[in-house]
Every structure is written in structure tokens, then in C-alpha cells.
Design a protein around this ligand. Structure first.
Ligand code: HEC
Ligand code: HEC
Ligand code: HEC
Ligand code: HEC
Ligand code: HEC
Ligand code: HEC
Ligand code: HEC
Length: 552
């Protein structure tokens, strides 16, 4: 006899699997050894937003609820039985309801805080986040218009790397599954800027440790750039991973950054670096000036100290008497005129202090609508090459700028003969070939990528779709299944696998594929509808190229 269960079983089951989330160590514990000999730096640093950038969810839980009117889903962040939870309930579909045990917070809260949860080792971000500007919860950017509860948001290591420390790679061939701990330490540890400290500590401070101030300017600036620059698009260089960057390296060996020419600097993500480079101060001072000309990375001045703190930094260089005495004595805050706030405080990743250090305060451009340019140019990326440019256009295309598709395709074709050992570029070439109907070229590129990495998600999931199109149903199912085993939260992949299973007459298999995916997307109606239609397996239809895998 069937009883009506208030929560869908899938969600209830999961909670048991996530009850013992791994606890990251905060900076105060991870770097406790430094305290012995660098007590003052250590203690001042602990109070900074960087030291408190992330951690265990319970350390920074802001309870609250948010009703998303467009989808009719109500979200609630709460401390339940002493543990942090995100619960959700749809007003339209009573069976869409459940709760996730929250594991981590991300964001010190001076702008906002978001929460992460794990389900069966897949790591996700909450669809709602807390925003300081409204002192409450709202949907994450991009989700506000969705008419239904969004599928779970995968947390990639590329997102974690700037907010946590000792970040791990996700499991091979997965976007966001971490069999071990996704990261070891909450917050930005001393090692994030000073590199490996083991020998320095064990030798009682005798062995050297990286001091950014003593590095040549490119490597010095790389320390801040590694986390404080995004550009409009950034791509990992061939054979390199951003996660491998260490203080002392040049970030441009790992990442190439691109911006749309003509785009407004003050409207772009994490752009203090770009803005400062445009300032007269920096252009005239050259390498003598860096982020640390004004910022002490170990100290954030309190609101009542900030004017005096930054004024002293300006006067270090503008040492002529007039600036200390007769230049606007009525207002000691140099930055209130020369480094104005742009009014973008509520948007994480947008610089809200204008680092262009303008002579006269310019009218502020706070509009978020900018005509989309089609021209990408490299910034802070000496050595960026044609392959990187091709990948930048490709990534911009994947991110929704369809106007650059033809450019990406031309550049990738021109690179084809030189990317034989470059899995990311092979995936890009394969995917665009499939979209252009060049299935043979696509297949060849994916096969080549799989020789380099047998787990390559993009190659497996698209190769499987191509096989299905050719009527090779059994091998298609096998290929897609091998990708799905490690990526049960990728909806496009689940739907394609279910379709092929169905075409192959395996309705049972198709249903269980969709059931597995529904765990991570309980509110996605298309998936539910498909699940309910799977009994007769009529006309499932394949989408080649619909599933793209781990694009960082
Ligand atoms: C046992 C004492 C001791 C401990 C523990 C220690 N340090 Fe040091 N550290 C020193 C001494 C002494 C110096 C000065 C060395 C010098 O000037 O040559 C130093 C210098 C430094 C410098 C500047 C290096 C330079 O070349 O300018 C940095 C950066 C640093 N330490 C970071 C750390 C960090 C991070 C930790 C914790 C992971 C740490 N230290 C732990 C004693 C220590
Ligand atoms: C390139 C490094 C980088 C990446 C990648 C990155 N962030 Fe950030 N994030 C930053 C920096 C730096 C800040 C703070 C400075 C700023 O806002 O300009 C920030 C600020 C934030 C804040 C506001 C925190 C606060 O209160 O100040 C949130 C929330 C956030 N990021 C979430 C995310 C999420 C979620 C992702 C992944 C999807 C992500 N970030 C990816 C660098 C990064
Ligand atoms: C966000 C990056 C960053 C973090 C995190 C960081 N430092 Fe530093 N540290 C720097 C930079 C940059 C310098 C060089 C400052 C300068 O002189 O321009 C520096 C310099 C130092 C020095 C040399 C002496 C001095 O006063 O300049 C010591 C010692 C030091 N840091 C210790 C630590 C310890 C201990 C921690 C962790 C509690 C830590 N740092 C965390 C960036 C960082
Ligand atoms: C490992 C990544 C990482 C590195 C390296 C890094 N930052 Fe940050 N920084 C962040 C993140 C993340 C935040 C936002 C923290 C939050 O509020 O949650 C931040 C915030 C800040 C802030 C705003 C908060 C404050 O203290 O006023 C400043 C300024 C800053 N960083 C300066 C620097 C400088 C200067 C360097 C280089 C010496 C540097 N950062 C290196 C990740 C990094
Ligand atoms: C590392 C040295 C340095 C620092 C720090 C510095 N400046 Fe400058 N700044 C310069 C130089 C050099 C120039 C160009 C020559 C000049 O005007 O003295 C300049 C120019 C300027 C100009 C004229 C801009 C123009 O386009 O004509 C302004 C305004 C200015 N600085 C304000 C500031 C303020 C405000 C601060 C502190 C928040 C500051 N600067 C910090 C070095 C610096
Ligand atoms: C000429 C001085 C100066 C220089 C150089 C400078 N900053 Fe700033 N920065 C400021 C001031 C002033 C603020 C506002 C601080 C406040 O309001 O408390 C700020 C704020 C920030 C913030 C907080 C977010 C925001 O936009 O307000 C970040 C992050 C930051 N700076 C990063 C950097 C980085 C990275 C560099 C090097 C590329 C850099 N800054 C160089 C003066 C400077
Ligand atoms: C009340 C607003 C205000 C404050 C506060 C202010 N300035 Fe200015 N500053 C201006 C204006 C306006 C100009 C442009 C004057 C002109 O074009 O004749 C200017 C010009 C400058 C210049 C360029 C001078 C030149 O001859 O080219 C520098 C450098 C400068 N300021 C630095 C500073 C520093 C350093 C501080 C803090 C000690 C400061 N300002 C505080 C408004 C301000």
C-alpha cells in the first residue's frame, strides 16, 4: 500500500548522505604557526574580508526566507536542530519541496554571502544569496527571470579557487564532483600569497618564503591579479590549470585574459586591476606602483580610519606641500573626489571604487546594458597566442555571445593542425564541428581528446550523441552512460542518455536515468514531464551538441 510522502523520497534520502560534511579549517587555525613569530600581522589579518572570505556554513549563517514570485518557490535558510539548512517549497507544485544541509559559506558579507551544499559528493551553490545592499535574500544573478526552480548550480574549482584555499580538482571527467574535500581551508590563507611555508616554518624562519614585494614586478602583481582580475573572458593556457598557479609564478603562464574592446571599464567584473592600469598615477609611476601602494594586504582600515589611511598613501607620492596643506583642506578624504564609488555595491565582482583615479570626478556610468562588442583583445597577458584567442572567442560564444561564433569557428579551424595534444581545444573544435554538421571531423577530434583523457566529459557526451545519430544505439548508450556515471547532475546529458535508452527499447533504463537526474533538479519541469512520458518511449529526438562538459 502506498502512503503519500510529504517530501519527495529522493530529496529525503539525500540528506542522510550529506550529514557529515567535511569541516574546512579557518585561517586562524590553518596559519596558527605564523602567529608565533608574526603576531601583529597575523592578528590584523584575521579581521580582513579576505581572511573571512569563506568557511563552514554555520560560522556565517544569516537565517531568512525569500519568496521568488516568478516561480512561486519559497526558499528558507535556517538553523534547524543546530544545523544550517536550505529548504524550498513550491506553491504551484506541492511535491516540489525539500531541504539541503548547507556545508559552506562563500563571501564575508561586506557585499554578500552565498551558501554551498553537497549531494552525493556533487557540490552546488544555493540559488538564493544574501545581499548586504538589501539586507536580505534574493535570487542569484541570472535566475530572477526563471519561471521554475532552477536546476542545482554546479560549483566548479574555477569558482572556488579565488574564495577558498588549497582548492582540490574535481574528480576526473566531472564538473563538480569531489570524492575528497573540495578545499582544505576557509578564507584566503597566508600561503595563498606567500606560497609553501613548510620549510620556512620548520627552519624557524631561516629558510626563505615568497615575499611578493621582492619579486620582479610581473610576478609581484600576479599575486593579486590571480584573484582580482577576470576580464570579460579568461581561458586556461594550453596544458595549464589556474589551480596550479603559486605565488612567485607569472599568472600569464596559466591564464590569458581578454576584454571586449570599447567596453566600459567600470561595468566589468573584478576590474580594479584594469582600472588602475589606466590611471595617470600608475602610468607615470610604472612598476614602482602596485596594489600595495595603497592596500596593506594584512589590514583593512575601519570606516572611521579609512580616509586618513588612504590619504597617507596618496601623500607618499604626492608629497608636495600643497596636497598636505592647501589642496581642499575642507575635505581630508582624497578618495571622495578622485576615487569615487560607482554605486555598484550590490553586485559582487564589480569594482565599486573607481580605481582610474580621475583628475575631476567623471559622471558615473552605472548602467549594466552595454552594446556587445565582437572584438576581444588580451590584457595583462604577455605571450597569449592564437590558440588562446580562439579559445576566448569560443568561450564567449558558449557564454551566450552568438555574434562571435563565426570568429571562434574560423580561428579554431586555423588551429586544428596544432592542437593534437590540447584536449580543451580539441573539445572546442569537435563541438563546433558538430554544430556545423561536420560530424566526421567532430568525431575525430573527440576521439583524439579521449586518447588524452579517457574521462573527458565534453568528448564522451557529444560522441555519444553522434553515435546515436548514426543509429549505433548500443555504443551510444555505453558512451553516454560512462559520462553520466560521474555526472548525474548534468541535465542535458541525462536527457540525451534517456532518449537513446528509449530508442533502444529500454524504457526502464531511461526512467532510472531521469530519476537519478531529478535528484539534482527536483523543480525542473521538462525533466519531470519527460520522466512521465517515458513509459511509451515515443519520438525521443536527440540533440547533438546539446551537452557540453567541463568548460572551466
Ligand atoms: C619561528 C619563527 C617564524 C615562524 C613560525 C614563521 N616565520 Fe616568517 N619569518 C621569520 C623571521 C625571523 C623572518 C625574517 C627573516 C629575514 O628577514 O631574513 C621571517 C620572514 C617572513 C617573511 C618575509 C620574507 C622576506 O623575504 O622578506 C614572510 C612573508 C613570512 N616570514 C611569512 C611567514 C608565514 C606565512 C608564516 C606561517 C606559515 C611564517 N612566516 C612563520 C620567522 C618565522
Ligand atoms: C578570479 C577570481 C574569482 C572568481 C573565479 C570568483 N570570484 Fe567571487 N570574488 C572575487 C573577488 C576578488 C571578490 C571581492 C572583490 C570584488 O567584489 O571586486 C569576490 C566577491 C564575491 C562575492 C561577494 C563577497 C563579499 O561579501 O564581498 C561573492 C558572493 C562571490 N564573489 C561569489 C562568487 C561565486 C559564486 C563564484 C563562482 C561562480 C565566484 N565568486 C568566482 C574573485 C573571484
Ligand atoms: C592577500 C595576500 C597576502 C596574504 C593573504 C598575506 N600576505 Fe603577507 N604579504 C603580502 C604582500 C603583498 C607583502 C609585501 C608587502 C609590501 O611590503 O609591499 C607581504 C609581506 C609579509 C611579510 C613581510 C614583512 C612585512 O611586514 O611586510 C610577512 C612577515 C608576512 N607578509 C606575513 C604574512 C602572514 C603571517 C600572513 C597570514 C596571517 C600573510 N602574510 C598573509 C601579501 C599577503
Ligand atoms: C586567493 C585569492 C586572492 C588573492 C591572491 C588576493 N585576493 Fe584580495 N580578495 C579576494 C577575495 C575572495 C576577496 C573578497 C572577500 C570577501 O569579502 O568575501 C578579496 C578582497 C580584497 C579587498 C577588499 C576587502 C578589503 O580588505 O578592503 C582588497 C582591498 C583586496 N582583496 C586586495 C588584495 C591585494 C592587494 C592582493 C595582492 C597582494 C590580493 N587582494 C590578493 C581574493 C584574493
Ligand atoms: C605610487 C605613487 C602614487 C600614489 C600612491 C598615488 N599617486 Fe596620484 N599620481 C602619481 C603620479 C606620478 C602622477 C602623475 C604626475 C603628477 O601629477 O604628480 C599622479 C597623478 C595624479 C592625479 C592627476 C590625474 C590626471 O589625470 O591629471 C591625481 C588626481 C592623483 N594622482 C590623485 C591621487 C590620489 C587621490 C591618490 C591616493 C588615493 C594617489 N594619487 C596616489 C603617483 C601616485
Ligand atoms: C591609489 C590607491 C589604490 C591603489 C593603488 C589600489 N587601490 Fe584598491 N582601493 C582603494 C580605495 C581608496 C578603496 C576603497 C576602500 C574603502 O572604501 O574602504 C579600494 C578598494 C578596493 C577593493 C574593494 C572593492 C572596491 O572596489 O571598493 C578591492 C577589491 C581593491 N581595492 C583591489 C585593488 C587591487 C587588486 C589593486 C591593484 C591592482 C588596488 N586595489 C589598487 C585604493 C587603491
Ligand atoms: C573636494 C574634492 C577634492 C579632494 C578632497 C581632493 N582633490 Fe585633488 N583635485 C580635485 C580637483 C577638482 C582637481 C582638479 C583641479 C584642476 O583641474 O585645476 C584636483 C587635482 C588634483 C591633482 C592634480 C594636480 C595637478 O596640478 O595636476 C592631484 C595630484 C590631486 N588632486 C591629488 C589629491 C590628493 C593627494 C588629495 C588628498 C590629499 C586630493 N587631491 C583631495 C578635487 C579634490
Amino acid at each position: 500500500m502506498r502512503r503519500r510522502i510529504p517530501l519527495p523520497l529522493i530529496v529525503t534520502l539525500l540528506i542522510a548522505c550529506t550529514a557529515h560534511a567535511f569541516q574546512p579549517t579557518p585561517v586562524r587555525v590553518a596559519d596558527a604557526q605564523c602567529q608565533k613569530c608574526h603576531k601583529e600581522i597575523f592578528e590584523r589579518y584575521l579581521a580582513t574580508p579576505m581572511a573571512r572570505a569563506s568557511g563552514a556554513a554555520e560560522e556565517n549563517l544569516v537565517p531568512g526566507t525569500f519568496l521568488h514570485a516568478t516561480s512561486g518557490v519559497e526558499y528558507s535558510i535556517s538553523n534547524t536542530r543546530g544545523l544550517p539548512y536550505l529548504s524550498f517549497r513550491s506553491g504551484k507544485h506541492p511535491d516540489i519541496a525539500g531541504e539541503y544541509r548547507l556545508s559552506y559559506f562563500l563571501g564575508s558579507g561586506h557585499l554578500g554571502t552565498t551558501y554551498l551544499y553537497g549531494l552525493n559528493h556533487y557540490l552546488f551553490e544555493s540559488p538564493v544569496a544574501w545581499y548586504a545592499s538589501v539586507h536580505g535574500y534574493d535570487m542569484k544573478p541570472g535566475l530572477a527571470e526563471m519561471p521554475q526552480m532552477p536546476p542545482s548550480l554546479p560549483m566548479q574549482s574555477g569558482c572556488l579557487r579565488c574564495h577558498m584555499s588549497s582548492v582540490a580538482r574535481s574528480d576526473p571527467g566531472t564538473i563538480n564532483r569531489y570524492s575528497g574535500s573540495p578545499f582544505l581551508h576557509g578564507g584566503i590563507t597566508c600561503e595563498a600569497c606567500h606560497g609553501d611555508s613548510q620549510r620556512h616554518v620548520s627552519s624557524g624562519g631561516k629558510a626563505p618564503i615568497v615575499n611578493p614585494a621582492h619579486l620582479e614586478p610581473g610576478r609581484r602583481d600576479s599575486v593579486c591579479i590571480s584573484c582580482h582580475l577576470e576580464g570579460d573572458v579568461s581561458v586556461e593556457r594550453s596544458g595549464r590549470a589556474a589551480l596550479d598557479y603559486r605565488p612567485g609564478d607569472s599568472i600569464s603562464d596559466y591564464l590569458a585574459f581578454y576584454v571586449y574592446s570599447g567596453n566600459n571599464l567600470t561595468a566589468r567584473g573584478v576590474s580594479e586591476v584594469e582600472q588602475l592600469a589606466e590611471s595617470t598615477c600608475k602610468r607615470t609611476s610604472g612598476d614602482k606602483m602596485s596594489c600595495t601602494s595603497c592596500h596593506d594586504p594584512h589590514f583593512t582600515p575601519a570606516p572611521d580610519q579609512r580616509a586618513a589611511f588612504f590619504r597617507a598613501k596618496c601623500l607618499n607620492c604626492h608629497s608636495q606641500q600643497q596636497f598636505a596643506q592647501s589642496h581642499h583642506p575642507e575635505n581630508p578624504d582624497c578618495t571622495s573626489c578622485h576615487m569615487r564609488h560607482t554605486g555598484a555595491e550590490n553586485i559582487p565582482h564589480v569594482a565599486w571604487t573607481d580605481h582610474r583615479i580621475l583628475r575631476s570626478p567623471a559622471p558615473l556610468d552605472t548602467s549594466t546594458e552595454h552594446p556587445q562588442s565582437a572584438e576581444l583583445s588580451p590584457v595583462f597577458s604577455p605571450g597569449a597566442n592564437q590558440r588562446d584567442l580562439a579559445m576566448a572567442y569560443y568561450k564567449a560564444f558558449l557564454e551566450g555571445n552568438s555574434s562571435v561564433g563565426p570568429k571562434a569557428w574560423n580561428l579554431l579551424q586555423a588551429q586544428r593542425s596544432t592542437i593534437g595534444n590540447d584536449a580543451d581545444a580539441l573539445d572546442a573544435f569537435g563541438l563546433m564541428s558538430a554544430q556545423h554538421g561536420d560530424n566526421r571531423d567532430a568525431e575525430e577530434a573527440f576521439q583524439q581528446a579521449l586518447k588524452l583523457d579517457p574521462h573527458d566529459l565534453t568528448a564522451l557526451s557529444n560522441l555519444g550523441a553522434l553515435e546515436a545519430k548514426q543509429g549505433k544505439l548500443k555504443s551510444s548508450v555505453a558512451t553516454l552512460q560512462s559520462a553520466f556515471e560521474a555526472n548525474k547532475d548534468v541535465i542535458g546529458l541525462a536527457m540525451n542518455l534517456a532518449r537513446v535508452q528509449c530508442m533502444d527499447g529500454d524504457a526502464e533504463g531511461a526512467r532510472s536515468t531521469l530519476d537519478a537526474a531529478l535528484i539534482y533538479a527536483p523543480g525542473v519541469e521538462e525533466l519531470r514531464r519527460m520522466r512521465n512520458q517515458m513509459s511509451d518511449c515515443k519520438n525521443p529526438g536527440i540533440n547533438a551538441g546539446a551537452t557540453r562538459g567541463a568548460t572551466p
